[in-house]
Design a protein around this ligand. Sequence first.
Ligand code: KG4
Ligand code: ZN
Length: 350
Amino acid sequence: MEKIVLGIETSCDDTSIGILKGSLGHYDKCPEVLSHVSFSQEKILEQWGGVVPEIAARNHLEKITPLLDIAMREASLKLSQIDIVGVTTLPGLLGPLLTGVNAAKTLCLLEKLPLNPVNHLFAHLEAIHLTEIVSYPYIGLLVSGGHSLYIYMESPLKFKILGSTIDDAAGEAFDKGGKLMGLGYPAGRIIDDMAKLGDKNAYDFPIGLKSSGDCKLSYSGLKTFLRHMIEKDNSVLEKENINNLCASYQKAIVDALSLKLRYALEGNNNLPIVVGGGVACNSALRNELKEKYNNVHFVAPKFCTDNGAMIANYALRTPENLLNFPDCLQIDARGRFIKKGKLHESSQSK
Ligand code: KG4
Ligand code: ZN
């Protein structure tokens, strides 16, 4: 039976809603995307040089209702036609998450709907199935602003973390490096574009944990190396050098991800590889992995950065996690149940 799922994403700086139609718990067909609308706070947050949780939360609050309205109109649906609500409950910033979770609970209350509390990380990888069918098991490479992980995915809910970064995520390496180069926030896409005009072998950057023999990553040394390089001779930032600097810095990030993927595969070279998260948009990463690996699948760029469609998609793929109405109203912004007793006690003590 086909279901209509509305997904809400507000874990960081994108307010996004996606509405999908698909079979609950069936993986043989891509769902139909009925609407997919987002508001990115990039321009607002640029002046602060990054995400300020309180400002991000306020912007989510302002944008969520108009976006919901647009999404419903784009899908030509009435609220009463929605079957399931999915919402990011973790990981993420508490204030931003609260906005999305409360919007989701309000919809559930209005229409007596079940709710699926979604883990954003797996939703990023499983977003591959919005555009193509990849069989399990697969090796997931999740590269976003806050996470860099290699994950063995046996099913949407069964997984094993194989390795991760011990300090900065790949997206953070782009964003913090871009800040040092004076390129604005977030810098991933900017560095990607500038690198296309530069020589990636112009400067030598170190690869963290190069010889560790496992799929752990480390990017804090790379950022420090860049800082020292700029402090020593800031002519590297001049017009004739900056594209080369971007290309070389990006190469170090990409080479580390590519090198460590070999360890995640552990000789299973035919296993499908799925790459998702904001950094999966990166053109150099796409070229490098396609060149070095056989069976590599990239989440479509429009579903790589945070979005509601990937949340709805994961909700559709994980019926085991569905919470029925009215129990679903008891979840908090981290997807945990609020203890009924505790709520009762605090309201009595007032
Ligand atoms: O997945 P995402 O939207 O947010 C998190 O869940 O963290 O990822 C955002 C990250 C930012 O660090 C941004 O700089 C990076 O994705 N990013 C890119 C590109 N587009 C976005 N990094 C490298 N190249 C890109 N083209
Ligand atoms: Zn994300």
